[in-house]
Design a protein around this ligand. Structure first.
Ligand code: 5AD
Length: 470
């Protein structure tokens, strides 16, 4: 294991150039130019050979546009000794690929084995070593942000620490861009993955993006989580473009990305497939440059290769040329987008006037004027209470300390069903649970599978090609 001595930056730049494949930024640019959505799975296993085999299987099985190294929990927490010990004793127990422990030479080996670029997906609030190892491996996209990879994952990491760590990473991305390699930075707007109001997700991404751009990052992916209401989701993806124009320098490339539904996933194959396809369709209609896919095994744990391949293939259906002509109600979209942007403006406006933005962010979370629902961290209040409206869109039942105007508060209230407004605490808890489990089927339906295994004699002829096999 050679984790310690990293190559010089010029060596890593030469390695990326020598790969003769696009960077993640190249893939995003080309997808966006064609009006298509790049497809990317999550994937990571402990052993090196197993990881290489998995990447090759996914590439062969679904032709994704970008592949992932999903990193294990020990590495996320900088517990490299634990990762090493697991690697030596029971690599199959790791929940991802321990890149730092394997070292950058093996990272380069993975990169050379496949024809598409790689992103490191993790969840670490303090990822300096992981980032350096990723860069040395020639990996051209790195997920996370000082807020978005702290508050959903950690109990007690001060925001100033994670913001500083990401500021260093963003500055390194700036140096790399100067040296000729653009490393895309994907901001994790999915946050806790549970009923995140679009304006909370986008406000936090805008703040992280402003800091990243300031540090010299040249390519930013703003990831937004599918809420499940297509008008709301398409409007949020469209809002990313306007917010980028409003808050970021034109020299930075900004791409909207959709994360397929991050909450409690249905268990039946049929319902899971519906949600996966709806996610990909939302990404396409919203003009996302990329979708990060889910699988029919989401309700059960980390997917195997075949479920992952199936999820990507299903998502790719949304790239069909004729889908271009599907239209949602433009006036409903415009109205939704107007309010999303207005809410974001009201949240980020006062902060962007601060001289020291990281410090302002940290104190805003302390006083609740920035907030994330359901955060485990003691550095966020989580006094924002979201819920779904009649159409399933996520609204503010209680906006907590967010600095919203009376207009915004009134609109949110007006969209809620009366049952929310008249419920006592106990009833509210039940309503909230139902909203969290919105896509979970009733227990009796969980095993039900709408997909026919083989439909025999469904066609007149005997041509086996015409027989549908699920
Ligand atoms: N491989 C594939 N997917 C993973 N996820 C977490 N770890 C892995 C892994 N090693 C997925 C979960 C969930 C999302 C947050 O990340 O299944 O969908």
């Amino acid at each position: 294991m050679d984790a310690d001595e990293l190559p010089l930056i010029a060596d890593s730049v030469a390695f990326v150039k020598g790969l003769k494949k696009p960077t993640v930024a190249d893939v995003l640019r080309s997808a966006q130019a064609q009006g298509l959505v790049a497809i990317q799975p999550r994937c990571g296993v402990g052993g090196h050979e197993q990881m290489r085999a998995l990447l090759l299987a996914l590439e062969e099985g679904a032709r994704p546009d970008i592949l992932s190294l999903t990193i294990d929990s020990y590495t996320r927490l900088n517990q490299f000794d634990m990762a090493l010990s697991a690697l030596c004793n029971a690599p199959e127990e790791l929940n991802g690929y321990p890149l730092v422990t394997h070292g950058w030479r093996r990272g380069r080996d993975l990169n050379q084995a496949i024809s598409v670029p790689l992103e490191v997906r993790h969840g670490s609030p303090l990822p300096r070593r992981l980032f350096e190892t990723a860069v040395a491996s020639g990996i051209t996209s790195f997920e996370g942000g000082g807020i978005s990879y702290n508050l959903p994952y950690c109990k007690d990491v001060p925001l100033v620490d994670s913001l500083n760590a990401y500021a260093e990473i963003d500055a390194r991305c700036g140096e790399l861009a100067q040296a000729g390699v653009v490393v895309d930075r994907e901001l994790f707007g999915s946050l806790t993955g549970v009923l995140v109001p679009p304006s909370v997700s986008l406000a936090i991404s805008v703040l992280e993006a402003v800091m990243a751009a300031h540090a010299g990052v040249a390519c930013i992916s703003i990831a937004y989580p599918q809420s499940g209401n297509m008008v709301q989701d398409v409007a949020a993806l469209r809002a990313i473009r306007s917010l980028a124009v409003r808050y970021l320098p034109p020299s930075v490339d900004v791409y909207p990305v959709l994360h397929e539904f991050m909450g409690v996933f249905p268990k039946s194959r049929a319902r899971a497939e519906q949600l996966i396809f709806a996610g990909a369709l939302t990404a396409r209609l919203g003009g996302a440059a990329k979708v990060v896919t889910k699988t029919i095994q989401e309700g059960y744990g980390i997917p195997d290769a075949s479920a992952n391949i199936h999820g990507m293939r299903l998502a790719r259906v949304a790239n069909a040329p004729f889908i271009h002509s599907i239209r949602l109600d433009e006036s409903a979209l415009d109205e939704e987008q107007y309010w999303i942007e207005r809410e974001v403006d009201e949240i980020v406006g006062p902060l962007l006037e601060a001289i020291d933005l990281p410090l302002a962010i940290s104190s805003a979370f302390e006083d609740g004027s920035l907030d994330v629902p359901f955060s485990a961290s003691r550095h966020a209040r989580s006094s924002v209470m979201p819920c779904r409206d009649r159409a399933g869109a996520v609204r503010y039942l209680d906006a907590g300390g967010l600095p919203f105007s009376e207009d915004v508060r009134r609109r949110n209230r007006s969209l809620l069903e009366d049952r929310w407004l008249t419920a006592d605490d106990h009833e509210r808890m039940q309503l909230l649970m139902a909203d969290i489990n919105y896509f979970l089927e009733p227990p009796g339906e969980q095993e039900f599978d709408f997909v026919p295994a083989v439909v025999e004699s469904a066609t007149q002829g005997s041509d086996p090609e015409e027989t549908y096999v699920a």
